[in-house]
Write a protein that binds this ligand. Structure first.
Ligand code: PBG
Length: 323
């Protein structure tokens, strides 16, 4: 009780505040998402993501070295697939010489210790821009899962370290896990996008990969943002099915979900600060309305406070330079 207790006592100097700080950010917290394109010497800025680029594999090597020199230890790969290679079943995703497979190998040849996480999903390869096989306007679950298991094996063969299924089909973790076991990839880790909400914050990402759904939306497979309990069920089922890390996505608007998972689930929790979150801050900073670096660090720290062990963020490189 005041004046016996005064909360300001431990705030009175920078060093004292540092001494009693509960949470911090280190390079070990970050996963850097990367967008890869075909071609040579290509560095295309994504218009809705200022300062973020699609890279061809030659330039991508330099990026991997830079990230590693900053002590960033994990990257999450996404590929932009030309329209002519897209079809309903995402056939190109299985091409052993496809862009994803080449990108994985390029990283392993450049910095073998870098942890390569791969997006396991159909949408960049789908002529419909959906995460599943489409039939009569519906997204088929089990047929999609069959294809996802094949994609998982293809990424494993190319040298991926952690598979990250982002599709939200039911039962895909179990089927991928079984397929990995059958193929002697029992040590392959899975980071499941467990609580992935049907969010409008993915817009800039879909610009980056040209992967917007051609019809409808993703609400029959991604979660309803009005729900909370469902996220726990999703995460628990994924762990039972063989996931090693569970993810919450988007980030900032879903800190309650991160906290729920932290309390009730026994697995590392990843948060994904998505493209729209990145773009919002960039836009406000460009207008001079917010202090970019301060807000960035404040928001990233909030993920740690909420309970995230890992943070996938387009700010990874900028943040590590500041901390
Ligand atoms: C696709 C996928 C998406 C994101 C990651 N994987 C988009 C979507 O579901 O439509 C979004 C990432 C972001 O917005 O940064 N399976």
């Amino acid at each position: 009780m005041y004046p016996l207790q005064r909360n300001r006592r431990l705030r009175k100097s920078k060093s004292l505040r540092a001494l009693v700080q509960e949470h911090s950010l280190t390079p070990n917290d970050f996963i850097a998402p990367l967008f890869v394109v075909e071609g040579k010497n290509i560095k295309e800025e994504i218009p809705s993501m200022p300062g973020y680029y699609r890279l061809s594999l030659d330039l991508f090597k330099e990026k991997i070295k830079t990230l590693w020199s900053l002590e960033i230890k994990a990257v999450l790969l996404f590929v932009k697939v030309p329209d002519i290679l897209k079809d309903n079943k995402g056939t190109e995703a299985l091409n052993p010489k496809g862009l994803m497979q080449c990108a994985i190998q390029t990283i392993k040849d450049t910095v073998p210790e870098m942890i390569v996480m791969t997006d396991v999903a159909l949408d960049p390869y789908s002529s419909f821009g959906h995460d599943g096989v489409v039939k009569e306007g519906k997204i088929l679950n089990d047929q999609t899962v069959e294809i996802l298991t094949e994609i998982a094996i293809s990424h494993a063969q190319a040298g991926a370290d952690i598979l990250a299924p982002s599709d939200m089909m039911d039962g895909r973790i179990l089927k991928i896990r079984q397929k990995l076991e059958e193929n002697n990839y029992s040590n392959m880790a899975i980071m499941s996008y467990s609580a992935k909400y049907a969010s409008s914050l993915y817009g800039p990402f879909r610009d980056a990969l040209d992967s917007s759904p051609g019809f409808g939306d993703k609400k029959t497979y991604q979660m309803d943002f009005r729900n909370r309990k469902e996220a726990l069920i999703e995460a628990q089922r994924d762990i039972e099915e063989g996931a090693d890390i569970v993810m919450v996505k988007p980030g900032l608007a879903y800190l309650d979900i991160i906290r729920d998972l932290k309390e009730f689930v026994d697995a590392p929790i990843a948060a994904y600060q998505v493209s729209g979150e990145y773009s919002m801050l960039k836009a406000a900073a460009e207008k001079g309305w917010l202090d970019h670096d301060q807000v960035m660090i404040e928001q990233l720290l909030s993920f740690k406070r909420a309970g995230a062990d890992l943070i996938a963020t387009y700010f990874a490189e900028e943040a590590v330079k500041l901390i």
